[in-house]
Design a protein around this ligand. Structure first.
Ligand SMILES: Nc1nc2c(c(=O)[nH]1)N[C@H]1C(S)=C(S)[C@@H](COP(=O)(O)O)O[C@H]1N2
Ligand SMILES: [Mo]
Length: 165
């Protein structure tokens, strides 16, 4: 099981100098580690790495302004301006093991200092779980976050979200 999980990788594609794939070991050797996410985002467990460390490793193209964050199950996707999420964290570990699925692992996006759902381009709904792909582009990409309050409540009830503001 541990071996299976460690072969999973986060893909970075689109307007980058070089396409990238990062597994647990790759992420753990990058600079800008966040050893304890709860220090930055109360109530959230595990360790991660800053998104900008991943992007800097590959190099962005000058046109890169948007990121589309897609879940591995293909069901969820959020598109956010790059400038707003450079300091975001890709959570990938719980102590020395991969972040478990029940925590949104093996890779989960976390934007610090984010509050409500459905407040616009950058909100708690963009904290994508089971993150599989980050697509870099010069314009907004696919985004299927629920748009109205009612759709939100339905979505949250269906997914059993825990940390509602
Ligand atoms: N893969 C995936 N990620 C997702 C969602 C989802 O349905 N699937 N829902 C989003 C929404 S709308 C919110 S508000 C947060 C809730 O995260 P939580 O359950 O940790 O509180 O996860 C976001 N990430
Ligand atoms: Mo949400």
């Amino acid at each position: 099981m541990a071996n299976m999980e460690s072969t999973e990788a986060l893909r970075i594609e689109g307007e980058v100098q070089q396409t990238g794939k990062f597994d647990f070991n790759d992420l753990s050797t990058l600079p800008h580690q966040v050893p304890d996410i709860s220090q930055l985002i109360p109530g959230r467990e595990g360790g991660g790495v800053r998104l900008h460390a991943i992007l800097e490793k590959l190099g962005l193209t000058p046109t890169a302004t948007y990121l589309t964050l897609k879940s591995t199950d293909g069901k969820f996707s959020a598109s956010v301006p790059l400038a707003a999420v450079r300091d975001a964290i890709v959570a990938y570990r719980l102590d020395d093991a991969p972040l478990p699925e029940k925590k949104g692992g093996p890779f989960r996006f976390f934007i610090p200092n984010i509050h409500e759902c459905a407040v616009g381009e950058v909100d708690a709904c963009a904290n994508v779980k089971f993150l599989g792909l980050v697509h870099v582009s010069h314009q907004p990409g696919e985004d299927n976050r629920p748009t109205s309050k009612v759709l939100h409540e339905e979505h949250h009830a269906k997914e059993g979200h825990e940390h509602l503001e």
